[in-house]
Design a protein around this ligand. Structure first.
Ligand SMILES: NC(=O)c1ccc[n+]([C@@H]2O[C@H](COP(=O)([O-])OP(=O)(O)OC[C@H]3O[C@@H](n4cnc5c(N)ncnc54)[C@H](O)[C@@H]3O)[C@@H](O)[C@H]2O)c1
Length: 254
């Protein structure tokens, strides 16, 4: 029996990168998957890939900051699959800049997507969760070490680590576990932008400048994050709540 057999998982930011990979992995683990993204094409492509592989999936288009749209999306999940057991708060944005160079609008965007998006989605889903349910939030190595020119992002992801502990304590009496995964640099469209910027437009130079931060000697792959999220979402983690698991090739172990 696969770890998410008979479960229903709502994954945000499922139209790209880690979220798309996790949607397909959770499906292979037996879950019916609601693939939510603000980009309709991405959400649809993820759901189509799952359906083509014989899984159960639906595509949802909503901005995680929009309470009305997220509430409606959760209603669609309940209608389609009869419940929801897992919420993977994966949608996020990364914006560069120091505390001096990040504008108010950039602070607001980074905070509202990464932090309030997690709050909005959790608030909409938790009333429908029961014992055995799980929430997986998304932090980053940037929550644990100072990363240059990512001030708003580091602050937002640091808040996710704290919020995860708080949610875990509050939701434990409901039988709902809450944990987070903290990825290092993983090859996705989001990190491509950072790698290109770091290499002055040269991808190879950007990778060469990034890899030495990782004792394991390479960048991560989306599946290496999705696998941690799958563990945290499933019954193997039944006594695990309130923790942030680093999946970062040893970056924060130094
Ligand atoms: N890739 C990395 O190196 C890395 C490292 C640490 C943490 N993370 C975190 O992992 C998560 C996934 O990152 P990724 O690399 O797969 O990024 P990505 O950019 O490839 O995918 C993110 C997805 O989230 C969606 N999204 C963004 N804002 C949204 C919103 N307001 N509402 C709904 N959907 C929205 C995007 O449309 C996109 O499909 C993010 O939370 C990111 O901060 C990534």
């Amino acid at each position: 029996m696969a770890s998410l057999d008979g479960r229903v998982a709502l994954i945000t930011g499922a139209g790209s990168g880690i979220g798309r990979c996790a949607a397909q992995l959770f499906s292979r683990a037996g879950a019916a998957v609601a693939a939510l993204d603000q980009e309709a094409d991405g959400a649809r492509r993820t759901a189509d890939a799952i359906l083509a592989a014989g899984g159960r999936a639906t595509a949802l288009v909503a901005d995680v900051r929009d309470t009305a749209a997220i509430t409606a999306a959760v209603g669609t999940v309940l209608d389609a699959f009869g419940g929801v057991d897992v919420l993977y708060n994966n949608a996020g944005v990364s914006l560069g800049g120091t505390v001096l160079t990040t504008s108010d609008d950039e602070w607001e965007r980074c905070w509202s997507v990464n932090v309030m998006g997690t709050v909005v989605c959790s608030r909409a889903v938790v009333p429908h969760l029961g014992p055995g349910a799980a929430i997986v939030n998304t932090a980053s190595v940037a929550a644990h070490v100072g990363v240059r020119e990512l001030a708003a992002y580091t602050a937002a992801k640091g808040a996710i680590v704290a919020l995860t502990r708080s949610m875990a304590v509050d939701l434990a009496p409901l039988g709902v576990r809450v944990n987070a995964v903290s990825p290092g640099t993983v090859v996705t469209p989001m990190s491509e932008r950072l790698i290109l910027a770091r290499g002055g437009g040269d991808r190879a130079a950007g990778i060469a400048a990034t890899v030495p931060q990782y004792p394991i000697g390479r960048l991560g792959e989306p599946e290496e994050i999705a696998n941690v999220a799958l563990f945290l979402a499933g019954p193997g983690a039944s006594f695990v709540t309130g923790v942030t698991v680093a999946a970062d090739g040893g970056m924060t172990a130094q």
